[in-house]
Design a protein. Structure first.
Length: 136
């Protein structure tokens, strides 16, 4: 027997309402539900549920880095910047292979968890004049 897919990630927060607003209204994630009377809010991100909550003890306090895919990293940086988000860096290439470039940039949520935006871009096709000359 093997483990199934990842189902949920706990993200420790200090103020659930503030974090709920940030993840819903700024990042644009789908809010699933909050638990009345409990410091808990749940969001959907693809097939994974994000659980924002105030941990009952330090034993359950999490510190995480979240990576979100985006279709257009430049457009997303512009959208979030207009909402007051400060980025830790500018979008940049972190990996390149024969077919794609992997672009990333980072920001932090209200509790300091790093959030990385990532986009895979196809490499621009080489024109015949850019191709290396054949060996003679």
């Amino acid at each position: 027997m093997a483990l199934g897919n990842l189902g949920q990630i706990h993200i420790s927060v200090t103020d659930v309402e503030r974090s709920e607003q940030f993840y819903r209204d700024v990042l644009g994630l789908d809010h699933l539900f909050s638990v009345p009377g409990q410091p808990m809010a749940f969001f959907a991100s693809g097939g994974v549920r994000l659980y924002l909550g105030v941990p009952e003890s330090d034993e359950y306090r999490s510190r995480c880095v979240l990576y979100f895919t985006v279709d257009d990293i430049d457009a997303e940086v512009s959208r979030l910047s207009h909402l007051g988000v400060n980025f830790l860096d500018r979008p940049h290439v972190v990996h390149r292979d024969g077919t794609i470039e992997l672009w990333m940039t980072g920001l932090a949520d209200p509790d300091g968890h790093h959030i990385i935006l990532m986009q895979e871009r196809p490499l621009p096709s080489q024109s015949p004049s850019d191709a290396p000359a054949p060996a003679q």
